[in-house]
Write a protein that binds this ligand. Sequence first.
Ligand code: G3P
Ligand code: MG
Length: 248
Amino acid sequence: MTLSIPRLIGHRGAARHAPENTLSGMRTGALQGALWVEVDVKITRDGVPILMHDDDVDRTSDGHGLVADMDFADIRRLDAGSWFGPDFKGEPVPTLAEAIQAATLLDINLNLEIKPCPGRDEQTAGIALSMALNLWPANRPPPLISSFSIESLAMAKVVAPHWPRGYLMDEEPADWEAIADRLGAATINVDAKKQSAESVAAFRASGRPVLAWTVNDPEQARRLFQWGVAGVFTDTPQGLYQGLTGKG
Ligand code: G3P
Ligand code: MG
């Protein structure tokens, strides 16, 4: 499958401009010209796939507690916008289903990062991707499914074998290429700060495009593109575009 990766991908929506992992964030990313946005997916105690980065709700909502200990009804009552700014007061934590609907309406693609709560790696990928497969419009290109969790990616390969997978690595293990082969990874997704011309060349030599997070500085983006990075995750799609082109 040919994967058409845009240069700039909205990170957690457009995390500098709107609360991360919300529908406002996705919309802001799209309005800023991002063709893809990345969001983090986990499941509630009762198995509802939602968008959230952390294991607990404390940083990005007015609530407290672990997502794995909370039912969706509890999480839905939270305000996931006010922590970011008064304009976003009352913004709810979205479901994955709502995120897919929003992406379709906004005519953007999604990178669904499976971000399981501890011990829920397979379950999170299994539940989230079964649902996503059912909801994904047949006439749209598939999402990129990425994860730091090898178990989640292995489950993604079982549940949605034809959807491309991105192998996210913080510190790459010595056998990263064997793991990427086993997972049938379509892309290698890495921390931009840790890259060099050599590391990017090595990842690309495995035949996979390289994506790098989180890049908000045009000079850094330019350097990464020169090294052969295919696309970068950015908190500020429009700002980075303007910085790279000198245009609005
Ligand atoms: O998927 C790229 C990036 O989002 C990975 O790190 O912590 O922002 O989810 P994090
Ligand atoms: Mg992420």
